[in-house]
Design a protein around this ligand. Structure first.
Ligand code: DAH
Length: 339
């Protein structure tokens, strides 16, 4: 029986050396180690052995089983590796290659400018936050000081899903969501899609994009708001750009402002781009209303902050001199190929 086991060991070794697939490997395993395999056949004969021989042969059988098991395991690993190597030879990834849209040579103008805006704010220490597009009335309006029946609701024709749920009309609800989950100091921008029940024309679309900004810390004043937004405007439109802060009203900021930049086309003299005004409005902002901080779970005595909202389409249109917003959504290849 010792010879039988030795033969089994060398036969298995020889067969394993010629195996080229996992299924062949399995056949070898079954042949030697299976329930009806050769090793079992040997073990069945052990009843006829003497008491001295039995443990010796038992040990030898165990050794052969262990040997064949180890060989099969090693072979499995090398077959899998060969398979991977073969696949690698045909599939290759060039990690230095840019994204697909860049390969084609074009990127959507909204993406181009959004990426620039993100870069500018990330360079000033902001991080990127997100909120849901299907939003609760509470976050979109209530928590932002716009209760039911507040006239500010009229300016944002809303797609309601139920009484309490809607498509967000602005990215401002992200302010509350961020404040609820993050302790100050916080500095975020939250870009995303917003929805209003507006008919399509050259300056309106039921779907458009905003970029919300929020900074909350101890001792934040209007000076930080002005400095930050001025730096942003200069980075986006060039160092000669002048900014103008006009008083305005938003329910969730106090005081509130709108920010204009000097027209980059005419430098402020007046031209069709700025409708002869010399200035172009690019965003709304203000100091976060104490009630809004409180709604976000932040102590308005200890902390203050500023917020702003940028209309992405607007700054894209100014940036590229577009006179019709519909160009951004029609996917006309003649338009998109220009970027
Ligand atoms: N959510 C405002 C809108 O859609 C824009 C805005 C204005 C956002 C002032 C702000 C802000 O965060 O402080 O008209």
């Amino acid at each position: 029986m010792k010879e039988q086991l030795n033969a089994m060991r060398s036969n298995a070794t020889a067969e394993l050396a010629t195996v080229t697939s996992l299924s062949e490997l399995d056949a070898v395993r079954i042949k030697y180690l299976g329930k009806k395999g050769e090793l079992t056949a040997v073990l069945k004969q052990m009843g006829g052995l003497s008491a001295e021989e039995r443990p010796i042969i038992g040990q030898a059988a165990n050794d052969v089983r262990q040997y064949i098991t180890d060989e099969i395991e090693a072979k499995t690993a090398s077959l899998k590796m060969e398979g991977l190597n073969a696949r690698l030879a045909t599939e290759s990834i060039d990690v230095s290659m840019p994204g697909k849209r860049k390969v084609l040579g074009h990127r959507h103008p909204l993406s181009i400018v959004l990426d620039e805006v993100k870069d500018i704010f990330m360079g000033m220490g902001f991080s990127i936050a997100q909120g849901p597009e299907v939003e609760w009335d509470y976050y979109n309006f209530e928590a932002l000081n716009i209760p039911a029946d507040h006239p500010a609701r009229d300016t944002q024709d809303t797609f309601y899903i139920t009484d309490k749920m809607l498509l967000r009309t602005q990215t401002s609800p992200c302010q509350i969501r961020v404040m609820e989950t993050t302790k100050p100091p916080l500095r975020i921008i939250a870009p995303g899609r917003v929805f209003r029940s507006d008919a399509v024309d050259a300056t309106h679309s039921p779907l458009f994009h905003q970029i919300e900004g929020l900074v909350v810390d101890e001792g934040i004043t209007m000076a930080e708001l002005k400095g930050t937004l001025e730096a942003f405007a200069k980075r986006l439109y060039g160092p000669e750009t002048k900014t103008r802060f006009r008083p305005h009203h938003f329910p969730f900021t106090e005081p509130s402002c709108e920010v204009d930049i000097s027209c980059f086309k005419c430098g402020g003299k007046g031209c069709p781009m700025c409708k002869n005004e010399g200035w172009i409005e690019i965003l709304g902002g203000g100091m976060v209303h104490p009630q809004v901080l409180q709604n976000g779970g932040i102590d308005p005595v200890k902390y203050s902050g500023f917020a702003f909202g940028i209309g992405l389409e607007r700054i894209v249109m100014f940036r590229f001199g577009l006179d019709d917003m519909r160009l951004l959504y029609e996917n006309d290849i003649r338009f998109l190929e220009q970027f």
